[in-house]
Design a protein around this ligand. Sequence first.
Ligand SMILES: Cc1ncc(COP(=O)(O)O)c(C=O)c1O
Length: 293
Amino acid sequence: MSEYRSEHQGDWQVYLNGQWIPHARAFISVDDRGFVFADGVYEVLKAYGGRPFALERHLHRLERSAEAVRLRLPKSRGEFTQLVAELLSRNHLTGRDAIIYIQVTRGVAPRSHLFPAGVEPTLYLFAKELPPYPEWMFTEGVAVITLPDRRWELCHVKSTGLLYNVLARQEAEDRGAWEAVLIRDGKVTEGSHTNLFAVVDGVLRTHPTGPHILPGITRGVTLEVAAALGIPAEERALTPAELAAAREVFLTGTTIEVLPVTRINGQPVGEGRPGPVTTKLRRAFLESVRWHT
Ligand SMILES: Cc1ncc(COP(=O)(O)O)c(C=O)c1O
């Protein structure tokens, strides 16, 4: 079942290349480079009670992603902000929790690896109501598996080229786990669609930013919240052995916020229950959201 839902399934409106149209009538060309080459970047953000959280940070990351792959964004930050507001209001999402998706591709052109000249980027936005995740995920924590990180060296770019992430997440699902945690060169990088934190010897640890992880917005806010709470933190990658021995492990992401991990490859993390640091950080993260939305 889809994680997204809309009460207006039949008539929800999306934005595609300057037009507001029903989702059912939104189509792109088979020559769109997003379709042919995954030549595009995207963002996902969450609105709480209809108010987007960390919109500026997400738009900044979209700009950085586009810049990294030499893609011109067709809108300014101010224009994106207006589009997001209109998207929520057109879909009756003011006052609701919603997911907002923004995608830009290098546009439509006959298939050739070379950048096309004079082509407008494709711009697509949708928003949908985001129902709450089941409460047990936060009270009991989720299971993860570890897999080799076989992605490219530009993981800081939020590219639509997500095939390995898709394969990893599906393998986790097939093996009864919620997420696949990836290991590159003996270091834990991140999840297929989340960042990873662990508590080791009383210190919060997470992989440093760079080409091997996505600089998660939730990751950044979590580090700020930890600093404000006086929780010592270090941006230093964990080895798989450190991960296996960690007292606490949790994932961060826009829709799951701070999510405890209580099993790794079938083995319990710590006591097998969400730990105190994780619980404290989840609470403080949600307080920060309330404060900023
Ligand atoms: C690979 C990857 N890492 C981390 C994240 C978490 O990022 P954020 O907190 O900005 O949602 C995502 C989000 O989709 C992701 O795809």
